[in-house]
Design a protein around this ligand. Structure first.
Ligand code: APR
Length: 309
């Protein structure tokens, strides 16, 4: 069986970490692409030299030429810039939309059949840009946010309860921003509803910290944003696709009537398998959760207006 080919567009902090994790998990051969000359080549060489120690055979190559991504089965887009001082949110949206637009045109040309996972921020808007520009069906354009937001939520819950993170089942839906919607009604500890184990005040605090999880890290790092957990989250999605695991994970997906909404990407429970997004699962929500999801959708739609495709 031929190895899968995974192309990573953007060889920055997330791109490099993704390459390492994907190689460790044996998910396929990897091409790291970046517009900056030398960086993808240098990182690829360094990562390749982990192979003899870690015991992986995947080839990892770096490139500044889009022709090298041809034939990729899965492409992860992390290209973009971080918000700089003095830059408005709309300026950031426009700048990153231009970048994701250029990237998407190249994907369309070189990899018309690939599955595209978007990581660049603002996530839900960048997914929309990628889908519009590639013209790919929604099965093949998926955004990574929910797995990361849920990982943050699960880790804060495990800490508060002093139990293993492995035993926390949860899902965070909605947009990737401070309007995200952790579903308390579906949060359990080995099947035990979390509301039986933590009082409302403690849960509210954890929900709040989850919503600000990215900002909390940026405040420490000062330059740059989180990349270990975002990379781990994206790799979990790639694994489900590459190995056709059919995992049910919260991902940003293009809605066509699900949850009563259409025409935007929003975090919802998704089944990921060999064809990409295989199903959006609709679950019953409490009135409060439904309202919060609608509010989150509004927050996603607003920056879409700043983007001209
Ligand atoms: N094409 C390809 N790569 C590009 C382009 C472009 N047009 N423009 C910028 N890049 C590259 C940069 O050269 C850089 O190597 O994207 C990379 C981004 O890497 P980092 O700045 O290290 O950012 P990272 O932490 O990896 O995050 C990437 O994911 O989670 C989001 O908010 C985050 O939007 C950001 C993205």
């Amino acid at each position: 069986m031929a190895r899968k080919k995974i192309a990573l567009i953007g060889a920055g902090n997330i791109g490099g970490t993704l390459a390492h994790l994907a190689a460790l998990k044996g998910l396929g051969d990897i091409v790291l692409f970046d517009v900056v000359e030398g960086v993808p080549q240098g990182k690829a060489l360094d990562l390749s030299q982990c192979g003899p120690v870690e015991g992986f055979d995947a080839t990892i190559t770096g490139s500044n030429d889009y022709a090298d991504i041809a034939g990729a089965d899965v492409i992860i887009v992390t290209a973009g810039i971080a918000r700089k001082p003095g830059m408005s949110r709309d300026d950031l949206v426009r700048t990153n939309a231009d970048i994701v637009k250029q990237v998407s045109l190249q994907i369309k040309q070189h990899c018309p059949n690939a599955i595209v996972l978007v990581v660049s921020n603002p996530l839900d808007v960048m997914c929309w840009v990628a889908k519009q520009v590639t013209g790919f069906p929604r099965e093949r354009v998926i955004g990574m946010a929910g797995v990361l937001d849920t990982a943050r939520y699960r880790s804060f819950l495990a800490e508060a309860l002093d139990v293993s993170v492995e035993d926390i089942q949860a899902m965070v839906l909605g947009g990737h921003g401070d309007t995200m919607v952790p579903l308390i009604s579906y949060t359990t500890v080995s099947g035990i509803p979390v509301s039986q184990l933590l009082d409302k005040a403690k849960l509210d605090k954890i929900v709040d910290r989850t919503r600000n999880g990215g900002a909390e890290i940026v405040a420490f790092l000062k330059t740059g944003s989180a990349y270990y957990a975002p990379s781990a989250a994206a790799v979990q999605m790639v694994e489900s696709i590459a190995l056709d695991k059919k995992r049910v994970l919260p991902c940003a997906a293009w809605l066509e009537g699900e949850y009563g909404m259409s025409g935007l990407f929003l975090g919802v429970p998704c089944k990921l398998g060999r064809s990409g997004l295989e199903k959006i699962i609709e679950v019953d929500l409490t009135r409060e959760e439904r309202d919060a999801l609608a509010k989150s959708a509004d927050a996603v739609r607003e920056p879409m207006a700043a983007v001209k495709l």
